[in-house]
Design a protein around this ligand. Structure first.
Ligand code: FAD
Length: 239
């Protein structure tokens, strides 16, 4: 694990409250999809000593690093106020609960809530770059259509053979919405995934979603060792 500084080269608005920052790191970052780093703002007096966890959203096959960040409180607001040319310090890579790499041979299912998509977009981008043979299903839950991060990219992923992307909207949806609606539940999962016990399951989202999915999958005889999840709301996690 090491600290690597990187200059922000590009900032992309993903949704009304989510931005992606593309950085050119000064040095290599040898991360695995699913891992995260502790981010601080270089040379910031106001946020000196503040470091918060964010997942590498890009694929390690690229020469840049992307972080996709939802504006939630003080630090993420400060990050959203940064400009191209500003610098971040990334301390990592950290974490292993959501790691995916080419040693994983099973077909996988990613269950993501909101910004919990970041570890899985890294894995999907990596799998495409490496032409891996795993089948990948993503079920992505958001409040509204406007909250869907990487919407266009995921539509294209869904068209690729071996990939399936299912969106569900929980709060409101347009009249012509063709995806799922409502919270993820047993019927929805079974509509899109067969042989549940043969898949490797990755879950990232708010705690109630993780708990509900864990109960559901264990109840369907998915062995516990096939469940991988990360709870981003655990206080102090990543410190
Ligand atoms: C391992 C790990 C990886 C993460 N990766 C990403 C990522 O790739 N992209 C991303 O946008 N975020 C990610 N997060 C969450 C991110 O770290 C927090 O959103 C961030 O630390 C909030 O800092 P803040 O100072 O802006 O808000 P705070 O002042 O810390 O929080 C403001 C308010 O938001 C609530 N809150 C804090 N975090 C969350 C959350 N995750 N979900 C819902 N409410 C929250 C707090 O309870 C508080 O009420 C990750 C978290 C972990 C643990």
């Amino acid at each position: 694990m090491k600290k690597v500084e990187g200059e922000i080269r590009e900032i992309k608005d993903e949704t009304h409250d989510v931005k992606t920052f593309r950085l050119k790191p000064e040095g290599s970052i040898d991360f695995t999809p699913g891992q995260y780093c502790l981010v601080s703002i270089a040379e910031s007096e106001e946020h000196k000593g503040v470091r918060k966890p964010f997942t590498y959203a890009s694929s390690p096959t690229k020469g840049y690093v992307e972080l996709t960040i939802k504006k939630i409180g003080e630090f993420t607001t400060a990050l959203h106020d940064l400009s191209v040319g500003d610098r971040l310090v990334l301390d990592g890579p950290r974490g292993e609960s959501l790691n995916f790499d080419e040693d994983v041979k099973e077909d996988v299912v990613f269950l993501a809530g909101g910004s919990g998509i970041t570890p899985f977009i890294s894995a999907i981008r990596y799998a495409i770059d490496k032409e891996l043979e795993n089948h990948m299903t993503l079920i992505f839950s958001n409040r509204t259509k406007d909250d869907i991060i990487y919407k266009k990219e995921l539509e294209n992923v869904n068209k690729r053979s071996g990939f399936k992307v299912v969106n569900t909207l929980t709060d409101e949806w347009p009249k012509d919405w063709e995806g799922e609606t409502g919270l993820l539940d047993e019927e929805m999962v079974e509509r899109h995934v067969d042989s549940l016990d043969e898949k490797l399951w990755y879950i990232c989202g708010p705690p109630p979603m993780i708990d509900a999915m864990e109960d559901l999958l264990l109840g369907k005889d998915v062995p516990e060792e096939r469940l991988r999840y990360e709870n981003w709301m655990i206080p102090g996690k990543g410190d």
